[in-house]
Design a protein around this ligand. Structure first.
Ligand SMILES: [Cu+2]
Length: 71
């Protein structure tokens, strides 16, 4: 299973964290997503397209960039 790490900016509270987690877990292929506020980051497990993950975070109202993607 692949593990993709994202840097996320724009989250300010635990509501943002929950919103981001929900958005990531809605992306096809995602098994689980762990999101932290400080530092703003996510670890996504599954077989998702990293670009789709970034797009989902943007759609939720935050900014994301891929830090690493381990197949
Ligand atoms: Cu918030």
């Amino acid at each position: 299973m692949a593990e993709i790490k994202l840097k996320i900016t724009g989250m300010t509270c635990n509501h943002c964290v929950a919103h981001t987690k929900k958005s990531l877990e809605a992306v096809p292929g995602v098994e689980s997503a762990e999101v932290t506020l400080e530092p703003g980051a996510a670890v996504v497990r599954g077989e998702a397209d990293p670009k789709a993950l970034v797009a989902a975070v943007k759609e939720a109202g935050y900014q994301a960039e891929v830090v690493s993607a381990i197949a």
